[in-house]
Design a protein. Structure first.
Length: 180
């Protein structure tokens, strides 16, 4: 019996290090080819950044890369934010389920820190689609209703995904976690 593994099927980046914008579809085997300095390493680092930010915190991932100024695109035109979004394919029985996850990080030039903006997550499971988006530290479900998780507001430099995983594990699906 073939063992099916989840995989990232698409990556979208904007203003991450030297990458102004890219949208790359990935298959089970994807080979990056290009001249030195074309962004291959930064593309792979964006995936490592995403993994590290979810595993620890965005602050930890940014600190490991030399600070927010080292992550946001500097070459003209310079940017004040960067975005990472991935689409994933997950085995669900005999079929595949698709999901998306991403966020935007904006440089706070007043104090040199950063804020996480527009974090979104959607998972098309059967029989329902689970979705949340975070705006200004407040999570909303797929209908735009405010979710009432254990954390009333997310700190501006944190990801909601980690809280959502705990809430879902402990209290059921996001759709059942209560809104109002």
């Amino acid at each position: 019996m073939e063992r099916r593994q989840p995989f990232i099927s698409r990556v979208r980046l904007r203003n991450y290090k030297s990458i102004g914008s890219c949208d790359v579809n990935l298959g089970p085997l994807t080979i990056l080819i290009g001249p030195n300095g074309s962004g291959k390493g930064n593309f792979l680092d964006a995936l490592a950044f995403l993994s590290r930010a979810v595993e620890t915190t965005p602050n930890q991932a940014i600190t490991e890369r030399g600070g927010i100024e080292a992550v946001i695109r500097k070459v003209p035109p310079s940017a004040d934010s960067f975005e990472i979004q991935v689409e994933v394919s997950l085995p669900q029985g005999e079929d595949w389920t698709r999901g998306t996850y991403g966020f935007k990080v904006k440089h706070n030039t007043r104090d040199g820190t950063f804020d996480v903006y527009d974090e979104t997550c959607e998972l098309a499971t059967q029989p329902e689609t689970l979705r949340f988006e975070v705006r200004e530290g407040v999570a909303h479900d797929y209908l735009g209703k405010r979710l009432r998780p254990l954390l009333p507001k997310i700190e501006p430099n944190r990801l909601y995904l980690q809280s959502a995983a705990v809430i879902t594990r402990d209290y059921g699906t996001l759709a059942n976690s209560g809104s109002g």
